[in-house]
Design a binder for this molecule. Sequence first.
Ligand SMILES: C[S@@+](CC[C@H](N)C(=O)[O-])C[C@H]1O[C@@H](n2cnc3c(N)ncnc32)[C@H](O)[C@@H]1O
Length: 248
Amino acid sequence: MPISTSPEYYGYALSHIHDSGFVEVAGSAADVLIAALGEDNVRHGPVTDLGCGSGTLAGKLADQGFCVEGIDQSAAMLSLARQRAPGGRFRQESIFDAKIVPSIAVTAIGECFNYLFDQQNGAPALSRVLKRTYAALPVDGLLLFDVATPERASTSGKHFHKGDGWVVLVETTADKSRATLTRVITSFVEQNSVYQRHEETHRLRLIDPDDLGEELKALGFEVSVSTAYGAAKLPAGCMSFMARKTCG
Ligand SMILES: C[S@@+](CC[C@H](N)C(=O)[O-])C[C@H]1O[C@@H](n2cnc3c(N)ncnc32)[C@H](O)[C@@H]1O
């Protein structure tokens, strides 16, 4: 199926920066999922990772014997993911269109449901993904994800981060009446001893966690909500959801 997002999001530079400096959340989410599946005595089986990025979760799950199918709109992210989890299957698609194969767990880590890269993203599109996820899971199957809530508007301002061979400047503005965030991201990445400048603008739809919790319960999930994955706290204004399918 053709992707309905634009190639301008998470291009090579930002994918490299994400992979180099921003994958702690995905690593912690993977640990939480592996522990939860282990408590259910589930030690292998298919896992679908929506918005898999550079494959941190896929790599950790694959190391434990799970078989991961990753879906992402970014070709650069998928190329990193294929290197990290060579046994995984990766598809370049919008998570709002993608078919979700039968899976023992489905994940969406790092605000994937919030990004407005795909113009069809909105409450109805998210509802359709949640319904498709429910249908793809067995009874006791798990859905693990996090979202940026309206509280994330408090992160407005200018921030910078740096790593080995890169610097990234992020200017965030919030539109509280529309419940959206805009991040203008300027990055400088060293290539052949020269720093190349790259720009991306990301818009995110902020999601009410109470409404989302009610929607998951109405579908038949048992839900627990947190501001962390295990001991690793999420960024301010983000919430994680661990949802367990309760009936067929
Ligand atoms: C912040 S990154 C998180 C990546 C990965 N889950 C992690 O935690 O390392 C968000 C990812 O979601 C992907 N994404 C956002 N909206 C998407 C959509 N509609 N369809 C597919 N991928 C999407 C982006 O390309 C990006 O790789």
